[in-house]
Write a protein that binds this ligand. Structure first.
Ligand SMILES: *Cc1c(COP(=O)(O)O)cnc(C)c1O
Length: 429
């Protein structure tokens, strides 16, 4: 009998043969997406529990965002910043009001926005703080993930991300995450600190969630020592963790913060991913005038940054977050999710714990960091109709689109618990 190559296998082979092997995807080939669902080329339907690393918070192919994309695509897509266009200013006004900053600098990808923030921070340090040229230091955290450019991987401590990509960009000091003493010690003992770059929750590191007060107190320390507090909310921001921004902490408003006392307003805010609802690469750096004014014509830019298509898409994507109350939904669904998974964990040998905030969660599998149980669980989840991906070996991240309704979440929790139970040592066939 002749062995049939499935449609999926054929697409996987194409990528293996003609694409660089810089990813190790789960063996599923997707063709269509709508809301919380994606379909593979064989027509099988899945719940998407990755949401393209939280780029698709608004759900796949949200009709309002797609309409903004197609309408604008028929008008004007790119002018470069050599000329003005009739959408960028509207986006700038909208996004600055939305997040409460004076100004925005639009870019495309997350890593570019992080690079932009680093450049602004350094320039501010030399021109406003009076640090001697080429001496500025930026504090970062161990196990950070801020992207893949040469400067950004220079301050990573992930060997895969770093090794043989040197020489590395100097000017970064690494401290343990969630450690205020370590932060204060560096701020006190090191001259020339310009900023502190931090993720409010470390997503790639395995949804590592810091203590309740860490972000607010870190921000207060930065203020005390006169250094910029730079929040990378590319993954945590835009409703994912149950508030508009993760730095909004326990604020129960929609993120348009009435409750200022719980809000650690960053000096520089970095956004990407869900800023476009996953429809188009859009990233942004926000800051107030005294910081943003250090950038003058010719000193930074991007051919595509701030193009009218991106501007139209991002306005629609942020409209959806507000209109559909995605922050509140993420908060409520997340609480239910962790409660149900915790109930499961009580009698589990396979799962050690669940952690996270809103709908950015992860389970830690009872296996060595280089074990393959988490991968095998993700393959089994796929068979059972739910897509998730391990991060850092034995951790599985669960981050569905925020448009998930109650019945859908119940179904997902059932799939996850049923699949996990197949891996319990006392599992009966
Ligand atoms: C994804 C991510 C980035 C990088 O964004 P890209 O668009 O992949 O360049 C940076 N920081 C954080 C926290 C991220 O999650």
């Amino acid at each position: 009998m002749q062995t049939q190559v499935s449609k999926s296998d054929a697409f996987i082979e194409l990528e293996a043969k003609y694409g660089a092997h810089n990813y190790h995807p789960l063996p599923v080939v997707l063709k269509r997406g709508e809301g919380v669902y994606v379909w593979d080329v064989e027509g099988k339907k899945y719940f998407d529990f990755l949401s393209a690393y939280s780029a698709v918070n608004q759900g796949h192919c949200h009709p309002k965002i797609i309409k903004a994309l197609t309408d604008q695509a028929q008008q004007l897509t790119l002018t470069s910043r050599a000329f003005y266009n009739d959408k960028l200013g509207l986006f700038e006004k909208y996004v600055t009001a939305y997040f409460g900053f004076d100004k925005v600098l639009p870019m495309n990808t997350g890593a570019e926005a992080v690079e932009t923030a680093i450049k602004i921070c350094r320039k501010w340090a030399y021109e406003k703080k009076g640090i001697a040229e080429n001496n500025a230091q930026i504090i970062v955290c161990e196990n950070n993930f801020h992207g893949r450019t040469t400067t950004v991987i220079s301050f990573s401590n992930d060997e895969d991300a770093r090794k043989n990509f040197g020489p590395y960009t100097p000017g970064f000091i690494k401290i343990p995450y969630d450690n205020l003493d370590a932060l204060e010690k560096v701020l006190k003992d090191t001259p020339n600190v310009a900023g502190f770059l931090v993720e409010p929750i470390q997503g790639e590191a395995g949804v590592f969630t810091p203590s309740v007060d860490f972000i607010r107190k870190a921000q207060a320390l930065c203020q005390k020592y006169g250094v910029l507090f730079i929040a990378d909310e590319i993954q945590t921001g835009i409703a994912r963790t149950g508030s508009l921004l993760a730095v909004c902490g326990h604020c129960s408003c929609t993120g348009h913060c009435e409750k200022q006392e719980t809000y650690a307003q960053p000096d520089i805010l970095i956004l990407g991913k869900a800023l476009s609802g996953g429809v188009y690469p859009v990233s942004a750096v926000l800051a107030n005038n005294d910081i943003m004014e250090v950038i003058k014509p010719g000193q930074h830019g991007s051919t595509f940054g701030g193009n009218p298509l991106a501007a139209a898409v991002a306005i629609a994507a942020l409209d959806v977050v507000r209109d559909e109350k995605l922050a509140q939904r993420a908060r409520q669904q997340g609480e239910k999710f962790r409660k149900k998974i915790n109930d499961y964990i009580k009698q589990s040998q396979v799962v050690k714990l669940v952690r996270g905030k809103g709908l950015l969660n992860a389970i830690v599998i009872n296996d060595a960091p280089d074990g393959n149980t988490a991968w095998n669980i993700c393959v089994a989840l796929k068979e059972n109709g739910l897509l998730a991906k391990p991060t850092h070996g034995n951790i599985i991240r669960f981050a569905p689109p925020l448009v998930m309704n109650d019945a859908q979440l119940d179904e997902c929790i059932e799939i996850i618990c049923k699949t996990l139970s197949q891996f319990e040592t006392n599992h009966k066939q």
